[in-house]
Design a protein around this ligand. Structure first.
Ligand SMILES: Cc1cc2nc3c(=O)[nH]c(=O)nc-3n(C[C@H](O)[C@H](O)[C@H](O)COP(=O)(O)OP(=O)(O)OC[C@H]3O[C@@H](n4cnc5c(N)ncnc54)[C@H](O)[C@@H]3O)c2cc1C
Length: 382
């Protein structure tokens, strides 16, 4: 399998294998919803029953969002450099996992500046990566100013689904030295997220189902870090209510970006940091900053700002249905995925490499909405 094929396969695996048609309806003839078929193995933290089917009626659509994953085929960059007289630490290019990996690569980036005499830093970028970097610097005694062209809610990090899942990070499985870096960044980040007060930061553990017509193998992105997915097991027919015979079932965090990014910005300010809106057009402008140490967390912006031609956008669009409080699980199936959040039910499943356009693709919208409607209508109930 070549590298391009691999990432398609890995993406498909990461977002499931919905291939079968769906049959029975979850809604009874009189319009009331039948009780769901329980999934006892996933029920220890589900006192109120379930899993319940998502109501995927298109009339419940409340918004569509488009974003661009900052993707590098060889993986993210964490390295020390110079700009003018300053130490410049790069921390960008996290592809489809910038929220997931943010604390891990921030830890690595901050470590690269530990030998610096100064404890005053500029952080370029106010997405998940810049904010985690800023907070770790502050925790270690640095004075920090965050400079960014766009602030939440106008960042790519706000568009993310927020599933903790180190997927779509490189072409092919992480290999060589990058494999070690990838594992370390994943493990560190997994741990840092657990140290945050979950309610305040919008973090929830959710049961995830990754479906297959056959017992699914662990996707290649998961295998090196499978210990970070508690409860991981294969379930088969009769063990769950979904219309696909098999699934990998595991727990993973969902981090709600609107809540999380707002709280992170608050913490930066509470710890004495400044956040300043500023658009950098060249490395010379970065070199003229007053801070002697600079962290580059500009995501896709690093392509133009620092000339990284390997960076490429991977366009994704999400269709968001009205919030449904009873939905407490994630599904990954047939190139489609569903993530429940307080601000809505996110339906996704697009991965358009090299596409920097902002218009939602109507054909993709139909595939995503119809596919989910069929899938959830096929859930066994009662
Ligand atoms: C549809 C979709 C779904 C996704 N789902 C998930 C998911 O479930 N889980 C997950 O972990 N990840 C997910 N991602 C990926 C995630 O969104 C990105 O990896 C992440 O947002 C990258 O964070 P960042 O901080 O590097 O970049 P950004 O959030 O883009 O932030 C970059 C910051 O740099 C600033 N900047 C850029 N250029 C300049 C400049 N020249 N001058 C000044 N400031 C500049 C920007 O204004 C911004 O403040 C998804 C992405 C998409 C599109």
């Amino acid at each position: 399998m070549d590298r391009r094929t691999w990432i398609r396969a890995a993406g498909a695996a990461a977002i499931g294998g919905l291939a079968t048609g769906c049959s029975s309806a979850a809604v009874t003839g009189n319009g009331t919803q039948a009780p769901p078929t329980p999934d006892p193995g996933a029920g220890t933290d589900r006192p109120s029953g379930g899993p319940f089917p998502v109501d995927a009626d298109p009339s419940l659509l409340i918004r569509t969002v488009v974003g661009h994953r900052p993707y590098r085929p060889s993986g993210f960059v964490v390295k020390a450099d110079r700009v003018g007289s300053k130490l410049l630490v790069h921390n960008y290019g996290h592809g489809g996992a910038g929220i997931t990996l943010s604390w891990g690569t921030a830890d690595m980036a901050v470590a690269l500046a530990q030998g610096s005499e100064s404890r005053t830093a500029a952080v370029l970028g106010c997405g998940a990566v810049g904010l985690a970097t800023a907070r770790l610097l502050q925790r270690r005694g640095w004075a920090v100013t965050v400079y960014a062209r766009d602030l939440p809610p106008a960042t790519t990090s706000n568009v993310a689904g927020g599933l903790w899942s180190p997927t779509s990070v490189s072409d092919g499985p992480p290999s060589g030295a990058f494999a070690t870096t990838f594992r370390e960044a994943s493990a560190l980040s997994y741990r840092y997220f657990q140290d945050l007060p979950a309610d305040r930061f919008g973090i929830h553990w959710r049961v995830n189902y990754l479906f297959g017509d056959e017992p699914p193998e662990q996707p290649q992105w998961m295998a090196p870090v499978s210990e970070l997915f508690p409860g991981l097991q294969t379930v088969g027919p009769g063990e769950h209510p979904f219309p696909i015979p098999y699934a990998l079932r595991y727990r993973a965090m969902v981090i709600e970006p609107p809540v999380y990014l707002r709280e992170m910005m608050d913490d930066v300010r509470i710890a004495g940091g400044r956040i300043e809106v500023r658009d950098f057009g060249s490395p010379d402008q970065v070199a003229s900053l007053p801070e002697p140490v600079v962290f580059n967390c500009t995501g896709l912006g690093a392509k133009a700002l620092f000339g990284d031609d390997e960076l490429t956008p991977i366009k994704g669009q999400l269709h968001v249905l009205l919030p449904q409080r009873r939905i407490d699980y994630v599904t990954l199936s047939g190139g489609l995925y569903m993530i429940p959040r307080a601000d809505g039910i996110l339906l996704g499943g697009t991965f358009q490499r090299g596409d920097g356009s902002w218009e939602p693709d109507p054909a993709a919208q139909t595939r995503i909405l119809d596919g989910h409607a069929r899938f959830f209508a096929g859930m066994r109930t009662g």
